[in-house]
Ligand binder design. Structure first.
Ligand code: ATP
Ligand code: LTN
Length: 329
């Protein structure tokens, strides 16, 4: 059985792009892999943050992942900073990575662009991510397209380490979702729905109440025609709505196009809104129950951290031996 590992940052609210593109896939993979999922709070600190907000977001995101269907009896769910041995592995990998290869990471270039000052942590972000992946002897890393470069770096570091110090680390590979993995902003349908772009009306949050979801979808930007057809180039808004409808309901694009033929954009929008409300309702209900029981949540996370720590500590012991650190008596 493949070992699966992935992480998500507790920064900003989870939207249907995160849910459909990442979280829902994580839930599905529990059926055919041994899964480890992590709320990466140490990564969220690489840009300026509020301490109280980080703590609250970390709990909230963990509750949301459980509500979405991550099953703590089958998978390991934990908070990154609860397993500090990963930061020790980061140090060792820092001595294997080069400044040149980290400088080439596009996420660093994009997030650093135009900033007066950038933390050393933002520069080192991919090495901490590599340590996450390698600490858990990971085979597969389900991520969005933006993270492929980081997983490639992780592979390079593992191969280099093994060449230099002997076979120690498992070499992972990225897995990316097949189709409709890039949900667009409802107000700006040529760009991806995102946590950090300022577009509250174009971003449907997983925890939005039904009336808010309906309002946002009703206000979605389309075009001045009336024909419902999937053509992302010429009709990005309508195509995004069709895609949302298909990923939310399981229908194909052809089935959806036929079902809405001649019925106008209003009917399509109403159907998309209904589909999203139905999709998210059970997640929202489970979330409310978990949020009202923080004790239980913290217990589940402590349990996850203990299981994760056992795996990461064993890896770190192999790494210490391999690089020649003197064992402590
Ligand atoms: P930001 O846009 O602020 O960089 P994000 O929304 O991408 O943040 P992350 O925590 O970095 O959030 O990513 C969590 C996961 O959600 C990643 O695997 C990413 O590929 C996926 N994801 C994010 N936005 C979308 C989207 N619009 N469509 C599909 N998947 C997405
Ligand atoms: N960098 C990722 C989050 C992340 C991650 C990981 C993903 C941190 N560690 C390990 C997969 C595996 C992001 O920005 N979405």
């Amino acid at each position: 059985m493949a070992r699966v590992f992935s992480g998500i940052k507790p920064s900003g609210e989870v939207h249907v792009g995160n849910y459909l593109g990442a979280v829902r896939r994580w839930v599905a993979q529990q059926d055919d892999g041994e899964c480890i999922y992590c709320v990466v709070d140490l990564h969220a600190m690489t840009v300026p943050h509020e301490p109280a907000a980080l703590r609250a977001e970390t709990r909230r995101l963990a509750a949301l992942l459980l509500a979405a269907g991550i099953d703590p009896d089958r998978s390991i769910l934990f908070v990154q900073s609860h397993v500090p041995v990963v930061t020790e592995l980061t140090w060792v990998l820092n001595c294997v990575a080069t400044v040149g290869e980290l400088r080439r990471m596009t996420q660093f270039k994009e997030k650093g662009r135009g900033q007066a000052s950038v933390s050393a942590g933002l520069f080192d972000y991919p090495v901490l991510m590599a340590a996450d992946i390698l600490a858990y002897d990971t085979d597969e890393v389900p991520v969005g397209e933006d993270q492929i470069q980081h997983v490639e770096l992780t592979r390079d570091l593992a191969l280099r380490f093994n060449r230099r110090f002997g076979d120690t680390l498992v070499v992972p590979r990225a897995t990316v979702p097949p189709v409709a993995a890039r949900v667009k902003d409802l107000q700006h349908p040529t760009r991806k729905m995102s946590k950090s772009e300022e577009s509250p009306q174009g971003t449907v949050l997983v925890l939005d109440p039904p009336e808010v979801i309906r309002r946002k979808v009703r206000a979605a930007v389309t075009d001045s025609e009336t024909e419902i057809r999937h053509d992302p180039e010429a009709k990005p808004g309508v195509s995004n709505l069709l895609e949302l409808y298909t990923v939310a309901t399981g229908a194909t694009i052809a089935e959806a196009t036929e079902a809405f033929a001649g019925r106008g954009y209003g009917a399509l929008k109403a159907a998309v809104a209904d589909a999203l409300v139905d999709l998210l309702a059970p997640v929202q209900a489970r979330y409310a129950a978990l949020r009202d029981d923080p004790e239980r949540l913290d217990d589940l996370l402590a349990h996850g951290a203990a299981k994760a720590e056992a795996i990461a500590s064993a890896t770190m012991q192999r790494v210490r031996d391999a690089v020649g650190l003197l064992p402590r008596r």
